[in-house]
Each structure stands twice: as C-alpha cells, then as structure tokens.
Design a protein around this ligand. Structure first.
Ligand SMILES: NC(=O)C1=CN([C@@H]2O[C@H](COP(=O)(O)OP(=O)(O)OC[C@H]3O[C@@H](n4cnc5c(N)ncnc54)[C@H](O)[C@@H]3O)[C@@H](O)[C@H]2O)C=CC1
Ligand SMILES: O=C(CO)COP(=O)(O)O
Length: 355
C-alpha cells in the first residue's frame, strides 16, 4: 500500500509477522492500524468488496474511520481462507451476534495451535456464551486469548496513549500479543482470568448506557460517580457469582473500561443512553448510530441471567425497565434512590440479603 503524504511511516522491524484481523469495522480497523504500523503484515478480512477496494486503493475505511489514513503492509481481502492461512495470530473483531456463525462457517480454515484472540465485547444469546467459549467450542485446537480494556477505537487510530489487557491461560499467547501490539502509544498488560476480563468488557457496556442517560438528564458529577461505582459493585457481584476473579475488576479491563465508556461520548453505548435520555426511541437511537452498541443486547441477557441466579442487579433491572418496559426514567431513578441503603464494598461488609 502506498504511504500517503503526512501519515506516520511504519517502523518495519525484522520481526514483522503475518497476522489476520477479521472484521472491517471500527475496532478491526484500529487494530489493523496498530499492527501494520508496528511492522507486521496484516491480512485484513472483511465481507464488503467495496470496502476492500477502498482500503487497498485509498488506504481508508471511510464508513468506520473517516479521516484516518492507513499505512504499512495491509492486505485487505474478502477471502477468509487466504487471510487466516497466512497468519500466525488471528484477531477477531466481529460483533457478538455474528461471531459464532462466522467462526463456524470457516472453522476448517484455522490451523491447529494457531493463536486466536477475541476483541469482541459481547455475549451470545443462546446459552450465555462468551466469545472465548465460542472459540473453544468451534475451533478447540487453537490457542485462545481475549483482548479487552479502555480502548476507544477513535482514539487508538489517532495514536492517543492507550493501555489494554491480554487474557490467556497460555503464556506464549500473552507474550505474543504483547510483542505484536505494544508500542510507544499502546501498552498491553497481561491477565490469566480470561472469563473475568471478557465478562468485564461485555458488562461495562450496560453501565455506559446508564451513564449516557444520566448525562442527558444532567444529573451531576456526584451522580455520575455514584453510577460508575455502583455499576462496578454490581458487575463484579455478577461476574464473581459466575466464577470470575473479583481482582480483575480492579484492573484496566474492569474499572478502566468502565470509566472510559461511562464518561465519554465517544462510546457508542454511552451515546445510545444519551439519545434515549433526550427522548429518542431505543430503535431509532441504535439505527442512527450505524455501528454496534453491544450493551443493548447484553442488557437483556444479563437481566434474565441475574434473575435466574438470584443476583441483585438494580441498575440492570432499572435500565431494562426504561429501554424495554416503557418505565419512566424518573420513576426508575426514584425507585433506585429510595431502595434499602446497603453495604458499600460487599467483599468487606456483606450485603444484607433480606433487604
Ligand atoms: N469500536 C471500539 O471502540 C471498540 C469495539 N470493541 C468491540 O469490537 C467488536 C466489533 O465492534 P466494532 O468494530 O467497533 O463494530 P462496528 O459496528 O464498527 O463494525 C462491525 C463490523 O463487523 C462487520 N460484520 C458484522 N456482521 C458480520 C458478518 N456476519 N460477517 C462479517 N463481518 C460482519 C461489519 O460489516 C462491520 O465491519 C464489538 O464487540 C465491540 O464491542 C472493543 C473495543 C473497542
Ligand atoms: O469498548 C469500548 C471502549 O473500551 C468501546 O465502547 P463502545 O462500544 O461503547 O463504543
């Protein structure tokens, strides 16, 4: 690909490796840009031939990353098999609703022992499966990891300072992803709690919608802090009940991602909440976004799962009533504020269960 005037010149290193990125949306594009600028050959798979042409000929992906110039050794393609065949490591940035179908359709094209890293922050409806579990089921012979953290794609493509987390049981996978992605503006920390890191990334989208609603209603800075912190209490309570390590929620994939998405209108989930808070219908808000806001779907699944497991999640329930039950926002806020006052940190002082 020709290097465009005024763009960052890639530092081609002797360690340039072949990698694949699956999914031509905003995050797939952001990760492709980092990998290519780090000197790697990126086989960038997307389904839209016109988008392939644009990336190939113009070095842009204007639908998802307007104004951003891509440079380096990027090979856009609609040919899944050739993208994956040539890659040592495959990064998957396909929204959760399509994740299994894409992987299943092409399962035979992954090689045994290939490293496959999910970038997706969502949950599958059928069976409440996380993306790493889908990978485990569909391509069990690969080595699986999950990347998650406070990673707004629109900032990463501008080379704004960013950190993320690679979670994998296999230390070689953790090290490989740190080596591939790490650079002067992108730091990759490691974790072994794959389930916790992945669940944190999916759950925080719910609270970003709540925070967007609160911003639209101008509830104030104290309210913002209360919502983020009680959101953290609620999501870690849920995740720990499902087997995650509570300490993961102290890290970048937990509180880090929660902060960025709950405080920034660059978050699509936040923007959906904001639009609803300003009186838009949920469907219209989601359609106007033109990109995925995973929290809309995750909310339904977590509401059902928490109720079936008897896990107390008042923010999830309240948001569900607003988005799907036509409850008035003020009635929900009033209900939350007047509920029983309970423990701050329940890992120190257990919550009073009868309340
Ligand atoms: N954008 C961001 O800042 C970040 C996004 N993520 C996660 O990455 C995942 C992907 O999100 P984005 O790239 O942001 O979404 P996006 O809405 O920008 O793009 C989604 C992409 O997936 C493609 N796609 C959808 N269904 C497909 C199918 N059946 N086959 C092939 N391609 C298909 C679309 O064509 C589009 O290129 C989400 O789970 C999101 O939560 C994670 C971190 C940051
Ligand atoms: O996960 C993200 C940042 O870490 C992106 O959030 P949104 O999907 O809400 O834009």
């Amino acid at each position: 690909m020709p290097d465009k005037k005024g763009t960052h010149s890639p530092t081609i290193t002797k360690t340039g490796r072949h990698v694949a990125v699956l999914g031509g949306g905003s995050f797939g594009t952001a990760m492709t840009k980092v990998l290519a600028e780090n000197g790697h050959t990126v086989h960038f798979w997307m389904r839209d031939p016109e988008q392939v042409r644009e990336v190939q000929e113009e070095g842009t992906n204007s639908r998802y990353m307007p104004g951003i110039q891509l440079s380096g050794d990027i090979c856009p393609t609609t040919d899944f098999a050739s993208a994956v065949k040539q890659a040592e490591i495959v990064f998957v940035a396909i929204p959760s609703k399509a994740f299994r179908s894409v992987i299943r359709e092409h399962a035979g094209e992954f090689h045994p022992d290939q490293m496959v890293i999910s970038l997706t922050k969502g949950i599958e409806e059928q069976g409440f499966k996380l993306m790493s579990e889908i990978l485990q089921e569909e391509i069990p012979r690969t080595r699986i990891g999950v990347l998650s953290g406070p990673n707004l794609a629109g900032e990463i493509v501008n080379r704004d300072l960013t950190a993320t987390v690679i979670a994998a049981k296999d230390p070689d996978v953790r090290r490989a992803v740190q080596d591939l992605l790490g650079c002067e503006y992108f730091r990759v920390y490691a974790n072994v709690d794959v389930y916790g890191v992945e669940l944190a990334g999916a759950l925080k989208n719910i609270y970003a919608i709540v925070a967007g609603l609160a911003a639209a209603l101008d509830l104030g800075e104290n309210a913002k802090s209360m919502l983020i912190t009680r959101g953290l209490a609620e999501m870690s309570r849920f995740a720990v009940s499902l087997g995650a390590n509570p300490m993961t929620f102290m890290g970048l994939a937990g509180v880090g991602d929660l902060i960025v998405t709950c405080t920034s209108s660059k978050s699509r989930n936040f923007r959906v909440g904001y639009a609803v808070g300003k009186g838009k219908k949920l469907d219209d808000a989601a359609a106007e976004l033109g990109q995925v806001a995973e929290g809309i779907y995750t909310l339904k699944l977590v509401k059902e799962k928490s109720e079936s497991m008897g896990i107390y999640m008042p923010l999830v329930r309240g948001l569900y009533e607003i988005l799907y039950g036509n409850a008035s926002i003020s009635a929900v806020i009033n209900g939350l504020m007047m509920s029983v006052q309970n423990s701050d940190v329940e890992f120190i002082l257990p919550r009073t269960l009868s309340q």
